[in-house]
Ligand binder design. Structure first.
Ligand SMILES: Nc1ncnc2c1ncn2[C@@H]1O[C@H](COP(=O)(O)OP(=O)(O)OP(=O)(O)O)[C@@H](O)[C@H]1O
Length: 451
């Protein structure tokens, strides 16, 4: 099911709450709206009333709906098209829809931006990129499994999604599924909690009736007994059926200390490739690619300054450009070296030593839950934002013992009692909610891989 359709009730409720609508207004205008179709970023909605209702709804609720749809589903530049029931094309309405490329990518959990076209090849990743392309061209045939490892933010996920996009684009029948190992674990926990055979059968069908399985950050399932066991059987079932498996990790199998031998040997059946730190030329090329994709025109001196100073993580390299551009916009100043130095003073330290700050934790939590940092600072109260915000509070306290007042300051000037309440809530829920516990453990390891 499309995400907009799936979350439609939630979207309407958020518009109601955020615009303080009375029950009668909500019932009259919003509740009767239904989603007719979603194509790319265009959402067509049926308004079951006269033309006057359509005009009024369009004038008053189009923008709030567009904004909320984008926030809840992550759709970029959402456009709404309102139609009356009589405008629904009769034949087309009855015809079954062929699954579009977009829907398949969404169902496979892929980021549309992570493709081979946008992946910059440099000396640090050219072997991994070539192996990935070979697997994409001949899934199940070339190297199985393909095991990609490397440090944080160096492009493993981007490369995995590129493989998946390529396969989806070239074979309309292939079933491709990308999951993080955290998602795999949480889904299994949920299935086990349901405690019935049907749920387990469904879980197994989902993971075993596919052609290509991509599992990101496998290091997070190592040591989790039942998840490991289930993954082991999934792996065997897919591999013996000639289906392609692609795995990523922060380390090669031989360096994963508590990895059981049965996994180690299987991971070594196919091909193991690494992505190392990008050299200066590759960092420059990545920055130029980002500049081109985001439509920026940045002074070369600034690009060189960033490439010279941020060396160990491409996510941070890209984040630096965003930070400079946001700073320039806020201050309404020209983007030059002086501004870049100011904007990046907290990121570029003279000795390049990584310091975990509350801001860093907040940005990692935002990325993990696919929400913006601004949302975590802001006042939105839907569950998609509230829970990550409270997790950020909890982790600032737990990982670096940030005082409540400082956490409040970093998270949009919140009162220390609000922070205390947030931390308390997570501490209590973690005891009974295994999914939450797993998510928090994963985040802790992502933020501080030494733990
Ligand atoms: N070679 C590249 N060309 C273009 N962009 C890249 C490249 N490598 C990484 N990136 C970008 O850097 C960011 C981080 O990459 P990605 O999420 O793939 O890293 P990762 O290795 O999976 O990190 P983690 O281990 O933390 O999950 C992404 O926005 C990605 O598009």
């Amino acid at each position: 099911m499309n995400k907009v359709v799936e979350k439609w009730d939630e979207i309407l409720q958020i518009v109601k709450t955020e615009h303080d609508l009375s029950d009668v207004s909500f019932k009259t205008w919003l509740k009767p709206l239904t989603v007719y179709q979603v194509e790319g970023n265009i959402v067509t909605i049926i308004v079951p009333s006269e033309q006057v209702g359509l005009n009024y709804i369009s004038k008053k609720y189009k923008l709030p709906l567009q904004v909320t749809i984008s926030e809840v589903t992550g759709m970029e530049n959402c456009e709404i098209n309102f139609i009356l029931p009589e405008d629904v094309p009769k034949k087309e309405a009855a015809a079954p829809k062929v699954q579009s490329q977009d829907t398949r990518c969404e169902e496979a959990h892929l980021n549309p931006k992570y493709t081979f076209d946008t992946f910059v090849v440099g000396s640090n990743n050219k072997f991994a990129q070539a192996a990935a392309l070979a697997v994409a061209e001949s899934p199940g045939d070339a190297y199985n499994p393909l095991f990609i490892y490397g440090g944080a933010g160096l492009g493993k996920t981007h490369l995995m999604h590129s493989i998946a996009h390529f396969i989806i684009d070239h074979d309309e029948n292939s079933k491709v599924l990308y999951v993080t190992s955290e998602e795999f674990t949480n889904e299994l926990i949920e299935t086990i909690r349901n405690g019935n055979n049907t749920a387990m059968t469904k879980f197994r069908e989902k993971y075993r009736n596919i052609d290509v399985l991509l599992v990101d950050d496998i290091q997070f399932i190592i040591g989790k007994e039942s998840t490991q066991e289930e993954f082991f059987h999934t792996f065997n079932s897919l591999h013996s059926a000639g289906k392609q498996i692609i795995i990523s990790s922060d380390k090669p199998p031989k360096d994963m200390e508590i990895l059981e031998e049965r996994f180690r040997s299987r991971f070594e059946w196919g091909l193991i490739v690494d992505i190392t730190l990008p050299d200066y030329e590759t960092r420059m090329a990545i920055l130029h690619k980002k500049e081109e994709m985001d439509g920026y025109d940045i002074n070369e001196e600034v690009i060189k300054y960033i490439a010279n100073n941020i060396k160990s993580n491409i996510r941070e390299l890209e984040g630096a450009i965003n930070k400079v551009m946001a700073f320039a916009k806020l201050e309404q100043r020209e983007v030059n070296l002086e501004l870049a130095e100011q904007a990046l003073k907290d990121i570029i330290s003279p000795n390049e030593k990584k310091v975990i700050t509350p801001e860093y934790i907040i940005s990692m939590v935002a990325e993990h839950f696919d929400v913006s940092v601004e949302d975590l600072y802001g006042n939105k109260r839907n569950s998609k934002i509230v829970m990550p915000r409270q997790i950020a509070m909890y982790l600032c306290r737990e990982i670096i013992s940030t005082p409540l007042k400082s956490i409040g300051k970093c998270l949009g000037n919140r009162d220390h009692t609000t922070i205390m309440h947030g931390i308390d809530k997570i501490e209590k829920e973690i005891v009974s909610d295994d999914n939450l516990k797993n998510t928090i453990e994963t985040l802790k390891k992502k933020i501080n891989p030494q733990t």
